[in-house]
Structure formats: C-alpha cells, structure tokens
Design a protein around this ligand. Structure first.
Ligand SMILES: Nc1ncnc2c1ncn2[C@@H]1O[C@H](COP(=O)(O)OP(=O)(O)OP(=O)(O)O)[C@@H](O)[C@H]1O
Ligand SMILES: [Mg+2]
Length: 391
C-alpha cells in the first residue's frame, strides 16, 4: 500500500494533479482511492460528478471520497470544545466570542486526515491519493502529538488523577467547572489518533508531492514548504510544475511568458534537485472529468512511475539536532568536498557544487544560527549550524 499526498499553494492545481494521478494509477491496475480533506468539494468538480463521504467508484480501479470534516470534528473534538466553552461561559465570556475562541484553525482539516488512516488500514487499497489543503500547515500540525508526547506520558495522567480527586473542591474554589473524565478521554484519544496518522504519513509507504506554478511567489512558498516538511520528517518525492506555457507560436505575449517561466523553472530545478520536477502544460481549457485529468497526468509523468515505492532515506533533506547545534543533511550525489561552496543569502542557504546551484529556504528556527562547519561524505553534505552571537 502506498500513500501520496498532494499539497501546494492555493489554486495551483493540487486537486487536478491528485485526480489525474489517481485515474492513471487505477488504469495501471492499482486499486486506488483519491480523497480530499478540503472542505471545498473540488474533487467532485474535477471529476465532474457528485462525490459523497463514502468512497464512490468513478472509473476503472478508482474511487473518490470527500471526507466529511464536520462529522469528523464533532466525533473527535466536540467534547473538548464543549468543556472549553463551559469554562469561558463560567468566567463571563460572551457565548459568541467563546464559540470563536474555541475554533482551532486547521482543526477540521487535521481531523479529516484521521479518515486517511482508516482507509489506509482497511486493506482495501493499493494506493491512497490525498488532495490536501494549501501549504504544509496541516501536516505541520500533525507533529503536535509527538511534541506533546512527554507531557501526555508523564504529566497528563497525574493531572487527570488530581483533577478527579479534587474536582468538587476546585470547581467551588475557582468558580469554573473542572473537566470530567470524558474530556480527558477525548484528549487522550485525539492525541493517540493524531500520533498514529503522523506515524503513517512519515512512514516508509508515504510521500508528499509539491504542486506549484512557475511564478516567483509560488515557488518561494513551495521551497519553504519543502523545508518545513523535511524538518518534520515527511518525504517529499517530487514536484509538479503546473500551468507551463508550451513554447512555439508567433505571439510575443506568449513568448515573454515562456521566457519568464523558463527562468523560474531553472530556479525550481536548483531548489529541488535531485527530486524530479514534472512539467504539466497549461491547457487551453479546464481539465474536467476522469479522461481529461488522466490525459494531463499521462503527459506529466511520461514513462516515469509516479507511484514507485519510496526509497529508504530518500528524503533529500534531513534535519538532525545535536545538543544546541543543528545539522542540515542534504543529499548531493556525486559531490566532493573541494567542489562545494556555501553562502548565506537572507533566509536562504546557497549551496554551489561545481556549476550546480542549490537554493534552500532555511527554517525560521535557524535564523539566529551561523554555519560553523560543512562536510561532504557518502554523497551527503552535512552543514552544522551553531547558535551565533547575533541577537
Ligand atoms: N494545467 C492546467 N491547464 C488549465 N487549467 C488548469 C490546469 N491545472 C488546473 N487547471 C484549472 O485551474 C483551476 C484550479 O485548479 P485546482 O482546483 O486543481 O487547484 P487547487 O490547487 O486544488 O486549488 P485550491 O487551492 O482551491 O484547492 C481549476 O479550474 C482547474 O481545472
Ligand atoms: Mg483543491
């Protein structure tokens, strides 16, 4: 079983790319589910059919599902939210404001990913394609359970016991309700569920594909998403550059666009190599329907296998913590020490190997670190960042 997540900035063509890849996979004999965790029902639009919250067959070997995020939300988070609301109510916060305060941005989307885990575990599918919400935000939120691991293991059970023992007393003294057992149950369940989704999506059968259009701002965001995803352990397996103007013709307006896009695509190659950057042409009309999206995907992938197994340790960028220092490890096949030059340019690290240049958006957490050491070994460049004197 294989899972491929499609993400990228708003409107770049994630849904189209996910739908096309799924139809292609179905035709190549993989039993495929394509699901959207997005509240907008755009997968149905891409296929030109109505899609429900249960998998619906839309063609040879391909099923579509639109996750009912609201239902997921109610099942997983409602009790916690109700409790928070009762506390806010007790301290006199206006109920409408309380309602707004307890809405966690991105929560529905994250909870929708629980459905991905269920479908993956069902044993029904060879491939699950996920059309994700814009950018890496959601996937980043999935790191929360891991980050809270220590707290949940060591503190939470004690807190729970203390609250149970002292609940009546505390409620009276503080004037706010204490959480009941089921609120703790809900938090615990949510923590476990999200942790499992995270493990699944960073696991060896899963990868993330970035969709972008050849425009500076879009590429800048994709590069940041790439760093963020790598930082949180996801394997990015390739880039789909969508809406590429075909060259040729006599139109100077189009020639200018072709030229501008080709410069940006050069940057894209430099930013994501050695990952494949698949080019997806700008079609003269919106691709709607299984055939149209599959035709586009056929052009995008050519002879490549878009669902090849993820190579172990294939992630081109990994981040390792060493005490106060941080090592960025970049896969640079064929590089040797003498050939590698490093420069810091704003928030970017510029790596030059001979005539080949790689641009890397650095994570914000490294903004105040300096490069203290760099070394090439076994086709990997290891750059050490140490906390600098700068403030
Ligand atoms: N290569 C292309 N040529 C022409 N039209 C395209 C192409 N790719 C996508 N489109 C059209 O652009 C629109 C946006 O595409 P799509 O819905 O796939 O983007 P998205 O990234 O999923 O957007 P959102 O962020 O809103 O979910 C759709 O109408 C789609 O049919
Ligand atoms: Mg979409």
């Amino acid at each position: 079983m294989r899972i491929v997540l499609f993400t990228g900035k708003g409107g770049v063509g994630k849904t189209t790319a996910a739908a096309g890849a799924a139809v292609l996979a179905g035709r190549r004999g993989l039993k495929t589910l394509v699901m959207s965790t997005d509240a907008a029902h755009s997968l149905g639009d891409a296929f030109g059919v109505a899609v429900g919250s249960e998998p619906t067959e839309v063609g040879a070997g391909v099923w579509v599902q639109q996750v009912d995020a609201q239902r997921r939300f109610e099942a997983s988070w409602q009790q916690v939210q109700d409790y928070l609301r009762s506390v806010l109510d007790a301290v006199g916060v206006d109920p409408i404001a309380a309602e707004e305060i307890t809405v966690v941005p991105g929560a529905e989307e994250v909870l929708a990913l629980l459905e991905v885990r269920e479908q993956a575990a069902s044993g029904r599918w060879d491939l699950v394609v996920v059309d994700c919400a814009p950018t890496a935000e959601t996937l980043r939120l999935l790191a929360l359970p891991e980050a809270l691991g220590w707290y949940m293991d060591k503190i939470f059970p004690t807190e729970r016991r203390v609250v149970r023992a002292l609940s009546p007393l505390l409620s009276r003294a503080a004037g706010v309700p204490m959480p009941e057992g089921r609120v703790f149950d809900a938090v615990e369940r949510l923590h476990r569920d999200l942790g499992e989704v995270h493990d699944l999506l960073v696991g060896p059968q899963s990868s993330v594909r970035l969709v972008l259009t050849p425009e500076q701002v879009v590429v800048a965001e994709a590069r940041r998403a790439f760093t963020t995803l790598s930082l949180f352990g996801y394997t990015v397996d390739g880039v789909v550059a969508n809406r590429v103007f075909p060259a040729g013709g006599e139109d100077p307006w189009r020639d200018r666009w072709v030229e501008a896009q080709s410069a940006v695509l050069g940057d894209v190659d430099a930013s994501f190599a050695p990952l494949p950057v698949w080019r997806s042409p700008y079609l003269p009309a919106e691709p709607v329907g299984a055939d149209a999206v599959a035709d586009l995907a056929t052009e995008v992938y050519g002879d490549d296998d878009p669902f090849a197994p993820v190579e172990a340790g294939a992630g081109p960028l990994t981040v390792e913590r060493r005490g106060d220092d941080v090592d960025l490890v970049l896969r640079l096949p064929f590089a040797v020490t003498g050939e590698v030059a490093l420069a810091r340019h704003g928030g970017d690290l510029v790596v030059t190997v001979g005539s080949y240049r790689r641009l890397l958006a650095l994570p914000a957490s490294l903004a105040r670190h300096d490069v203290s050491r760099a070394k090439v070994a076994d086709g990997r460049l290891r750059v050490r960042f140490s906390r600098g004197e700068r403030t």
